[in-house]
Design a protein around this ligand. Structure first.
Ligand code: FES
Length: 103
């Protein structure tokens, strides 16, 4: 879904920028041009920013925890990777490519 029509910026583009380090509106403005023209997109962009920062924090917390105590945890990184993908994949279901996003 488009957030900024003036610059053609989608929710997924904003999320990707946040996962690459943007954590303030000024970062999104600098990297994507969000709010540079009419500014109507500011509220929606801020909402996507806030939601994605929470999700990013949850993923970071999840990754920093020790693997679960079940037997599959013995497989280490592969198990964690599968769990992380299942945790964050709903964030990319609104992809214009039809779900699944860029993961
Ligand atoms: S809709 Fe984003 S600047 Fe106009």
């Amino acid at each position: 879904m488009y957030v900024c029509l003036c610059k053609g910026v989608t929710e997924n583009a904003i999320r990707e920028a946040i996962y690459q380090g943007a954590d303030r509106m000024r970062d999104l403005k600098a990297s994507l041009g969000v709010t540079e023209q009419c500014g109507i997109c500011a509220c929606h962009a801020k909402q996507v920013l806030d939601e994605t920062l929470v999700q990013k924090s949850q993923v970071r917390d999840f990754i920093s925890q020790p693997a679960c105590r079940c037997e599959t945890a013995a497989r280490g990184e592969e198990t964690v990777a599968v769990m992380v993908v299942s945790l964050i994949s709903p964030m990319f279901n609104s992809s214009p490519l039809g779900g699944g996003g860029f993961i």
